[in-house]
Write a new protein. Sequence first.
Length: 246
Amino acid sequence: MCYQTRQIRTVKDLELKYKVGLSNSAYRDLFDQPSYHLNGFAHPNMLIIPQQKPEVLAPGIWGIVPANKQPEEIKAYYKESIRYGSGLNAKSEKLFDHFIYRHVAFSQRCIIPVTGFFEPHTHLKKKYPIYIHRKDDDIFSLAGIYTIIGKHVTFSILTKAANPFFAKIHNEKNRQPVMLDAETEKEWLNSALEMEAIKTIIARDSLKEDLEAYPVSKDLYKRNVDSNVDTITDPVSYEVLNDTSF
């Protein structure tokens, strides 16, 4: 599942790419700081483009929370739901029937801009972190859904069954995030989309020719090590994986 991401571009870079504006200029300095490794279980704030305001970049808390919760209940919900993944990912197969997802599937979809993300590869019961990004290292879009809790936006990254590229990487769970290409980014935020059109976008095998993947340091998994550093995406060679081609 997609629990770790990277976003190192400036707000201006995002504004130019998506032709949007930051929802509040006071956030600019905060989000201009590069996020080399965002651990979803820390529930970081990330910039998203919400369907209800597709002209803006708005802060969202990573980890979707049911819309009937109050702001003061968010932290408790994350603690309670950790065994279910803390709302970091949402299975697209359940988009139209899950008790949270079905209420937002048609009107509260979002784009999550990233410059990369990390997935675990399992070999002989041990996990090795794999970094996935565009070959040109440009920004790309993950598809998500969100809820509004008081003044807070909470979101989740949609996932689906892995294509052959991701099946080699995430070889235990066989999942991948739903990615959007230039053609489907704006369509994803179209409020007129019906169920079958939404499913068609999710099923599309976007960006597969544009991506590359390679192993990185296991520091990514260590709580006592600061992994939010540029070098966290430096390639690492593991002898046991030498015969594995991603």
